[in-house]
Design a protein around this ligand. Sequence first.
Ligand code: IPD
Ligand code: CA
Ligand code: CA
Ligand code: CA
Length: 267
Amino acid sequence: TANDELKAELLEIALDAAHRAGAFLRDGRPEDLGVAATKSSAVDVVTEMDIASEKLITGLLAEARPDDGVLGEEGADIKGSSGVQWVIDPIDGTVNYLYGLPSWAVSIAARKDGETLVGVVHAPMRAETYRAVLGGGAFVGDRPARVRPAPDLGLALVGTGFGYLADRRTRQAEVVGRLIAQVRDIRRGGSAAIDLCDVATGRLDAYYERGLNPWDYAAGDLIAREAGALTGGRPGEPLSPELTVAAPPGLFETLQSRLDELGAWHD
Ligand code: IPD
Ligand code: CA
Ligand code: CA
Ligand code: CA
């Protein structure tokens, strides 16, 4: 169908842009990379490479599909006229990238009519590319990605993250402080996009975080769902910047209501 053709085209463009940006970031990372600017707080940083990567990706997208909209973390905000909107995070895991830690990724999603059609998360230092097409399953490289069977919450390895605002972090740490005694263990990987892909491939049982932005989760959300995870926000609500939860059925509901009890989205 026409929609299948569109999805295939968008996937090819997303894979190409993610690989080019990934190679640029991996090979071009300056030895003396520093902070170019700060955003919401002193620890919410941007490097010259975040900006250059977004520029590279938006240029490639504009060349391939000039009428599409684009929303990017570092300021890209193009309305477009085709109905397709790209949602991109030019480096997810900037603090890891700044320090030379390997967990960072390029995240590219394409949406239409409020639905994510395609998601690509490329993690150069893992030499892994995660991708999904709506209704077409999720893959890591050429292998199908599949969630791990749901354990009891008490035996779950749970990923999470912290925002950049001090008050918000204190509250997030309180929730983690309670949850840590009720699960197998907690991981803070530093890239929300990779965390969602780790749920998709069974490297984490579950993931949750408060305060993400659409560019953090757009691609990873589709990849996790196509790999068999459920994703959402507060109980009964879709995933949103307020709360992002991803886990296989069974664990998902338990974690969601536990986070509800712990007031994970209250200030
Ligand atoms: C951040 C990462 C991190 C998460 C933060 C995000 P950035 O994105 O995904 O894991 O905890 O909430 O803002 O700033 O590195 O693109
Ligand atoms: Ca991000
Ligand atoms: Ca980013
Ligand atoms: Ca950022």
